[in-house]
Design a protein around this ligand. Structure first.
Ligand SMILES: C[S@@+](CC[C@H](N)C(=O)[O-])C[C@H]1O[C@@H](n2cnc3c(N)ncnc32)[C@H](O)[C@@H]1O
Length: 663
């Protein structure tokens, strides 16, 4: 295939808007023929690279990495903390600090306790809510965009920032372990060296392009800025005393180290007089906890809601791998009445001599690991998020505990609807299955009415994560951590299996969204308008897979268009094969660097999006082979969007609210 032909084939996959009113419709033959050479070429390149790479000797030789056979220098601040804390509490004798993490000096058998960290060493969000300054100055904070209250993590970060400041001003009022803990935490400069949330936005855009990771990271950045704005607006005193940089540092500490400790037990009860006037008559913990629900919208009572969060010295020294050999448990109150403690144990397998014990931070996509913690393992052990909502901004961000969303908790408002409408209309601009484009209600009242109703239904699902995103299962679910996280787990680039089964559930959910987009008036036995109208208030309404063959075909073509568009937009910052080669080189000479981390997150998404396209292509080819020649109009999917002015009737009376989300 010549370069020129390849370019033509690839650009034909991209969603485009055009003012050219000429022939928009194309037969499946044309469409499949148009995309066929593109995918054959891509898959061919992909497979060739796969074999080239996987036939190389990929194992990571210990000899080339001195860290594999001996411990690295300890971070002195972390080592001091361990020294002091382990004089007061249980620490496994065979653990030693290596850089900012821990390694075993001898084999530690599975089941052994590694640390037991008493409550007195922790910092809980509950401590934040009990802090008189937080109560007086920060309880009234709310987010500017949504009006939502601040999250548990935000309160813990504000409290940590205050405590760090207090420790600087008056160290004698803190015990030595607390001071050593504060001193051991990453500084602002250390975060600047690696955390993407504090990097230049243009640099990030350059590295990540239009990937889900870029969107996820922007969500975290917006969240931190919005919290700072909210706390500052609630208290100019806090704004002056703490300053944005200190808040940012504290927030990144919380973001990358917070642990869950569950609902507070009876040992957390404290005398009512400590917690201020409002609660003078409340001496029961439960009353106190309910009061937080009223005052700041935080529910700590419900075990399923997660209970409290905390910073826990020593427990927060473990790095992450999904195939972990360390686990955490918050132990119940002891029979002797002593308080709870946080226990860290070796689980699943032994911790081998010289190896780094690894914890699991949970099932997080590579994009979230990157946005929240600033790293990736690079071995394909994490799931990959694909975001196909490229025309509209999702107002729910799918962060842990729903800690930050643009959308008000109480639901959408006309301002949010208008903002999202402009984007959502773009998905409806193809008029697939109709003979030509639908110019609007004057000439095509019924078709225009159906489009209006489809838009209403899209607005209803506009913020449902699974309707527009896919979480693709890991490429290498059984991969194990390296002896230490400072050396590569593998030199090869993880690959997806060719059977595509890992994609099927996610694709089914995307197809459901595309069924709505691809509906035409003759569907539902000609009653499409009536069915959509009847279900306008039905929040569970789905069209389901029992639809006409033609609608299913159009829905597949709609999903195919999405994957194609995602591939093409991501390739604007580097073609897949070139990026693959670049990463293969970086795996050997730039492992763990900022650019390596970003590239490997981006490449995972490119691979997932390409796998998605290949699956759809396979299905369409198998199922609609006979539609390649002289297909009926219901089996047509347009290559180009219809003219923009054909859709203006959908929003012309609305007030514009563009760009109000951005910082
Ligand atoms: C809870 S701390 C873990 C201890 C950490 N090494 C430290 O700096 O104190 C989380 C941070 O450790 C780093 N980290 C965790 N797991 C990692 C891994 N597998 N590879 C590289 N860095 C990792 C990331 O910088 C992350 O933000």
């Amino acid at each position: 295939m010549t370069a020129a032909k390849k370019k033509k084939a690839s650009s034909s996959k991209k969603e485009k808007s055009t003012n050219d009113g000429a022939s928009y419709s194309s037969s499946p033959t044309q469409l499949l023929l148009r995309i066929f050479p593109f995918w054959v070429a891509l898959i061919g390149i992909f497979m060739a690279l796969y074999w080239k790479e996987s036939n190389r000797h990929q194992s990571v030789s210990s000899l080339s990495f001195p860290e594999a056979t001996s411990l690295s220098e300890p971070n002195v601040r972390v080592a001091k903390l361990l020294f002091l804390a382990c004089r007061r509490t249980y620490c496994h004798p065979h653990l030693q600090v290596s850089k900012r993490s821990l390694r075993a000096t001898e084999r530690i058998p599975q089941g052994e306790k590694l640390f037991e960290i008493p409550r007195s060493m922790h910092l809980w969000d509950l401590d934040a809510y009990r802090d008189p300054y937080v109560r007086k100055h920060l309880f009234k904070a709310s987010h500017k965009i949504s009006g939502n209250r601040l999250s548990q993590e935000a309160f813990l970060a504000a409290y940590l920032a205050l405590e760090l400041h207090r420790a600087e001003e008056n160290p004698s009022s803190f015990d030595a372990i607390r001071l050593a803990y504060f001193d051991s935490l990453p500084t602002y400069e250390e975060f600047l060296a690696y955390h993407p949330a504090v990097q230049d936005k243009d640099l990030i855009n350059e590295l990540l392009g239009r990937s889900a990771a870029q969107g996820v990271l922007q969500g975290y950045r917006n969240m931190i800025n919005a919290e700072w704005e909210a706390f500052s607006a609630a208290s100019p005193h806090f704004e002056n005393m703490i300053g944005q940089e200190r808040y940012l540092r504290a927030r990144l500490i919380v973001l990358s180290r917070v642990l869950h400790v569950g609902p507070p037990g009876p040992e957390e009860v404290m005398a009512a007089s400590f917690i201020g006037q409002q609660l003078e008559n409340q001496d029961l913990l439960l009353d106190e906890l309910y009061s937080y629900q009223d005052l700041i919208g935080v529910n700590l009572t419900d075990a399923s809601g997660g209970g409290c969060i905390a910073l826990i010295p020593l427990a927060d020294l473990f790095n992450h791998h999904p195939n972990n050999n360390v686990d955490f448990q918050y132990k119940k109150i002891q029979p002797n009445g002593s308080g709870r403690s946080f226990v860290v144990s070796a689980v699943h397998r032994n911790i081998e001599k010289l190896s780094e014990p690894m914890a699991s931070y949970g099932t997080l996509s590579d994009a979230h690991l990157y946005g929240r913690y600033g790293f990736n393992n690079g071995d394909g052990s994490g799931p990959i998020q694909l975001n196909l909502a490229f025309h509209h901004d999702m107002m729910k961000l799918n962060m842990t505990n729903d800690q930050y969303n643009y959308l008000p908790n109480s639901g959408t408002t006309p301002k949010f609807r208008n903002y999202q409408k402009r984007g959502l209309i773009k998905y409806l601009m193809y008029d697939d299955g109709y003979d030509g484009c639908i110019p609007g209600p004057t000439t095509h009242p019924e078709e225009a009415e159906l489009k209006r109703l489809k838009l209403e239904h899209l607005l209803r699902i506009a913020n449902d994560y699974e309707r527009w995103n896919m979480l693709v299962a890991p490429r290498a679910p059984d991969s194990l951590p390296a002896v230490t996280s400072t050396i590569p787990i593998t030199f090869s680039i993880p690959q997806f299996e060719k059977d595509f089964s890992y994609l099927v559930p996610g694709v089914e959910r995307l197809l459901e969204t595309c069924r709505m987009i691809s509906l035409i008036n003759s569907d539902f036995n000609g009653k499409a308008v009536a069915v959509l109208k009847e279900n306008l208030d039905n929040s569970n309404f789905i069209i389901g897979p029992n639809v006409s063959d033609a609608l299913e075909f159009r829905s597949y073509m709609c999903v195919s268009r999405w994957f194609g568009t995602r591939t093409v937009t991501m390739e604007l910052r580097g073609k897949l094969n070139a990026e693959f080669q670049r990463l293969a080189t970086m795996n050997r000479n730039a492992f763990g660097t900022f650019n390596w981390t970003a590239l490997q997150v981006k490449l995972g998404e490119m691979q997932a999006s390409q796998a998605g396209s290949a699956l759809i292509f396979q299905r369409v080819s198998e199922r609609w082979e006979d539609k390649k020649v002289n297909a009926e109009v219901e089996y047509t999917a347009k290559d180009l969007a219809c003219p923009e002015e054909y859709a203006t009737f959908l929003y012309k009376d609305d007030e514009s609210s563009s760009g109000f989300l951005y910082y």
